[in-house]
Design a protein around this ligand. Structure first.
Ligand code: CTP
Ligand code: MN
Ligand code: MN
Length: 510
């Protein structure tokens, strides 16, 4: 086998072998006529060949050096791609200024290529960036769970989280939208050029991305991550029942962790007491296997109190996540009205079986005739729902150690379902479970609303309002122009009403 490079050059050698001796067989030169003119090209060709250089008549894949005068690298590249009849030139081809050839001829041999000889080309637009258009609302895009830019999105999401801790919602949403755009890209971002024409990337996000691409990390992100405030807010809001407001107040009072809450004897509500008591378990990811085990329990319970009811696993697990912070269920019944009063019965059944460590049930407060299309406050829906903590028996070892101080101090706490003696041990763990009951007429909206992700939901509502003059929540879709409710029996119908392509749950990981 003749090595590739040698084969290439051999082909070109054939062209001028008769008249000249080729002294430098590794170098096959093509002189571009563009801007130089035919007579100058002919002159340089003759001169070059007389000095033993291999100068080809046409541009073939055998060429190793392309020399031109007065052209930019991009112009040469464009010319080449139009004149090589689809025959790919190698990436290693040198695009050079004429000064390389004149210096070489003066030296009587090909001189080493230096930066000043090379024509600058813009970074190659990858097929992805040049052909992909990314829509600006997350609900118009497919966002799979696994994507190519986690190293950037994780950083942007730290800043989003930090903005949430300071209750700066605008800033937080801006970072989340930037991250979400990167999650939808079918390629890994390598240079700033890869971000050309992408929506939602604000100046601040771009600065952070640039720093990470150039230096490997962003100073702002790293200092946020390390900051006392961020770490304390993360730990405190990590307690079930604790929101940003309380966490921030405690932080300003000098508290840093759930242990500090116990040590300083903070007044905690029932949810927070359970949150502290089961802190470690509730901060340990729930696996899909555990979610399925909980599903079986919920199915059994629901069937016992309302035969024929339909149970859907919603939230992150419906989107295909392997782990979650909780397990979300939506329950309905084909017969409208049959679902009324279901939740108290369900909760009773679960409590009797000793399966609930904590629960707080809220009654359905949504009445279309009364509430109309106005958006419920904070986008909270008003289904009959139950925020709970399940006691899940574990067949295998592995319940993590519980918060040690909490076991002593909260052992005497009241209110956690009178089960203060219960502490996670090796045989069971605590799992957060959300149960929601919806009338069948609202089931499609409830399913869409409880499948998430949170950003996807937010973008759906923004799309409905800003682009369609409609109002969407987990109960209904209202068309303000037509002044009527748009009914739907499936998620597909809701997307259709909204003029959106249907996005399946696995692609709603915005
Ligand atoms: N949701 C809601 N009202 C709430 C809480 C949640 O409508 N008070 C919706 C969210 O918009 C989301 C879905 O319920 O679409 C699931 O929320 P959540 O369990 O918090 O998040 P997941 O996406 O399931 O993620 P994780 O795996 O962390 O649980
Ligand atoms: Mn969830
Ligand atoms: Mn949830």
């Amino acid at each position: 086998m003749v090595p590739l490079k040698r084969r290439r050059v051999t082909a070109v050698q054939a062209e001028n072998r008769d008249t000249h001796v080729c002294k430098f067989s590794d170098v096959a030169i093509f002189i571009l006529e563009r801007k130089m003119g035919a007579s100058r090209k002919a002159f340089l060709t003759r001169l070059g060949r007389s000095k033993g250089f291999l100068i080809a008549e046409s541009c073939s894949p055998s060429i190793t050096h392309v020399v031109s005068e007065g052209n930019t690298g991009d112009e040469v590249q464009a010319w080449l791609s139009n004149h090589t009849e689809g025959k790919a030139l190698t990436d290693s081809i040198h695009l050079l200024d004429i000064n390389w050839l004149t210096e070489s001829m003066a030296e009587g041999r090909p001189v080493a290529i230096q930066d000043r000889h090379r024509l600058k080309t813009s970074p190659k637009l990858s097929a992805s960036t040049s052909t992909i258009t990314v829509k600006s609302y997350a609900c118009q895009r497919r966002t799979p769970l696994k994507h190519h830019n986690a190293f950037l999105t994780e950083a942007l999401e730290i800043l989003a989280e930090s903005a949430e801790f300071s209750e700066n919602e605008g800033r937080s949403v801006a970072f989340r939208r930037s991250a979400s755009v990167l999650k939808a890209l079918p390629y890994a971002v390598r240079r700033m050029d890869d971000l050309k024409n992408l929506p939602c990337l604000g100046e601040h996000s771009q600065r952070v991305i640039k720093e990470i691409l150039e230096d490997g990390s962003s100073g702002e992100v790293e200092s946020t991550r390390q900051s006392e405030q961020y770490q304390a807010m993360k730990a405190l809001t990590g307690v079930f029942g604790v929101g940003v407001r309380s966490a921030d107040r405690w932080f300003r009072e000098g508290l840093r962790s759930p242990l500090d809450l116990i040590r300083t004897g903070q007044k905690l509500n029932h949810a927070q007491q359970a949150g502290v008591q089961y802190y470690n378990d509730l901060n340990r990811p729930v696996t899909k296997k555990e979610a399925l085990a909980i599903s079986h329990i919920v199915e059994k319970a629901v069937n016992a109190v309302l035969p024929g009811a339909i149970i859907t696993l919603t939230g992150g697990f419906r989107r295909g996540k392997e782990v979650g912070h909780d397990v979300d269920f939506l329950i309905t019944h084909l017969e409208e009205g049959a679902e009324e009063g279901l939740m108290p019965k369900l909760v009773n059944w679960l409590e009797e079986q000793g399966l609930l460590l904590y629960q707080k049930t809220t009654r359905n407060s949504y009445l279309e005739s009364k509430d109309g299309p106005a958006r419920p406050p904070h986008n909270m829906d008003r289904f009959e729902r139950c925020f709970s903590i399940f006691r899940l028996e574990q067949t295998t070892e592995g319940s993590g150690a519980f918060l040690e101080a909490a076991s002593n101090d909260t052992g005497t706490m009241e209110g956690v379902n009178g089960r203060t003696e219960q502490q996670p041990g090796p045989t069971w763990r605590a799992v957060r479970v959300d149960l929601v009951v919806s009338p069948y007429s609202q089931f499609a909206f409830a399913t869409l609303g409880w499948t998430g992700s949170k950003l996807f939901e937010r973008e759906l509502r923004r799309w409905a309002g800003q682009e369609k003059g409609m109002s969407l929540n987990s109960h209904m879709l209202y068309d303000s122009k037509q002044q009527r409710y748009l009914r739907a029996n499936s998620e597909e119908e809701i997307f259709a009403h909204l003029g959106l392509e249907y996005i399946p749950p696995c692609d709603r990981n915005a």
